[in-house]
Design a protein around this ligand. Sequence first.
Ligand SMILES: *Cc1c(COP(=O)(O)O)cnc(C)c1O
Ligand SMILES: [Zn+2]
Length: 410
Amino acid sequence: MTGLRCVGCGREHREAEAPYTCPACGENLDVLVDHGAIRSRWSRDDAGRGRGDGIWRWLPLLPVSARPAIPLRIGDTPLVALPRLAAALGLAALHVKDDGRNPSASLKDRASAIAVARALEGGVPRVTCASTGNAASSLATIAASVGLETIIFVPETIPRPKLAQLLLHGARVLLVRGNYDAAYDLCLQATARFGWYSRNTGFNPYLCEGKKTVGLEIAEGLGWDAPDSVFVSVGDGCIFAGVHKAFADLAALGWVERVPRLVGVQAEGASPLAAAFRAGARTAAEVREATPRTFADSISVGKPRDATKALRAARETGGEILAVADDEIRDAMRRLAADGGIFAEPAGAAAFAGLLRLARDERLDARERAVVIVSGSGLKDVESAIRLVEPPAPIDPDLDAVAARLGVRT
Ligand SMILES: *Cc1c(COP(=O)(O)O)cnc(C)c1O
Ligand SMILES: [Zn+2]
């Protein structure tokens, strides 16, 4: 890592001068990686040899100086081929990157691990973040594994399983009356006052480097033959930007030949980035805040904090950011579960809903090889899942009851 560059004004900063956003203009920062230096002493096969150690296999590409003493395995999640679904949708290939299979059951662990590693390197005792739920439960999980304290700001409507994770992992939890955007602003104020280390998305520039590991693993999992498209659910836009960063790094290293088209998917009720993309916007300043309303709590964001990077990811890759209705997300959850064996939380299935939308609109190519990132497990929000199904009435414990219920003869 050679420094940081502002996505707004373009100024470059040294690490020590800019812990979070640009000191000159307040926009977010890109972490600059020295691709030439990395290429001269490290190869993609070296990364492959560490398999099983999760994201730390990519250490030369990460903003930490040594493998941290985090005992949990983060990353190295399954890349599942789903040929039946691919055929049904008219695709040449479809893979799901099942990131619900991380320690805290969401992709957020990739970013939290970097925040915790940097807190450990800096000797910082206390880490904070605002979150719709997953960033927080992820931070609490990984911090617990190394004995760091966490102070967490979440909306009071956080799904119960995520709250249970926070409390069991020993976080100090502040349940904020208001939505994620309100919790975020409060967390920033408290951080400035009390001097904790912040893991806030779209504020701490290093999180994007953690999230990019999902893209590195996708490229590696496909034998370094980049897919044609990657579908990502979008709230703040940091995962989406992270996937872009992954393929930009890999292309600069010469490890992949092309960068896939990146398709960001928001929920209609919380779609300021999709609206901004349609309107031709390129920067955060052009994004209109909205009051979020969607059952996909992890992407219920009205004021996206990584907007400039997200818009750039869509434009530079020939992709887009689209919005899907909550009912389309429900269909995507059913379809992923019933036809793919993948149980996703609503936001985790939103990316697949985006793929279903393009299939319905006949905007997929028969030669297309698509990857969908499932960013969180269905067990994260059991209430939303149970509302999608009709639990059967109980039966008496005898065979006649079984036969009667199934309509078969005993
Ligand atoms: C956080 C989250 C997202 C959105 O990520 P952003 O970086 O905020 O865009 C999507 N899905 C799940 C499950 C998440 O937890
Ligand atoms: Zn700037």
